[in-house]
Design a protein around this ligand. Structure first.
Ligand SMILES: [Zn+2]
Length: 63
């Protein structure tokens, strides 16, 4: 499943976990992206991947 938001283009960020002993392991922070049907400006309905931040900011209209 894609983790990219079709509205703002948000993608998972990568970094490293640092333990108490300072050992570093790779880590990925995923995005909370939901696949949903949204209304397009032309009046149609389209399935898109939308992150929950865009949902809460009312950047999309749910079909
Ligand atoms: Zn977004």
């Amino acid at each position: 499943m894609s983790q990219k938001c079709d509205i703002c283009g948000k993608v998972p960020s990568v970094g490293r976990n640092v333990s108490h002993s300072h050992k570093k392991t790779p880590k990925t922070w995923g995005t909370n992206v939901q696949k949903m049907r949204v209304k397009t400006p032309t009046g149609g309905v389209k399935q898109m991947n939308v992150c929950t931040k865009c949902l809460k900011a009312n950047k999309v209209v749910k079909a």
